[in-house]
Design a protein. Structure first.
Length: 103
């Protein structure tokens, strides 16, 4: 599991993305969707898990938030909206993520 809270977190995250084949991004804010775009851009299968039905709606409004959602979906990102992150299991590569029941 990686966190992106400071600029110092970016380099280790970048290295982990380069070695990954798939990734789950928790959240739909600007930083999370930047990580999503980077991961997708280098060929990593990416799933976004977000509790809100529209990403960044509080900051940008529903219309622009839906535009960003469609943009990422167009690039192959799997969006899991209306779900919350329950837990991550494992250490490093090969971790499991549980969100909504049945997902």
């Amino acid at each position: 599991m990686c966190y992106l809270r400071t600029a110092d977190d970016a380099a280790p995250l970048r290295e982990r993305l380069r070695a990954a084949s798939r990734v789950a991004v928790i959240g739909g804010d600007f930083a999370a969707l930047e990580v999503t775009a980077r991961a997708t851009g280098i060929g990593v299968l990416t799933t976004v898990i977000e509790v809100a039905p529209v990403p960044m709606a509080r900051a940008l409004g529903d219309e622009l938030g839906r535009w960003f959602r469609r943009l990422h979906e167009h690039h192959g990102v799997v969006m899991v909206w209306g779900c919350f992150y329950l837990f991550g299991q494992g250490c490093g590569f090969g971790q499991a993520v549980c969100s909504c029941p049945g997902r």
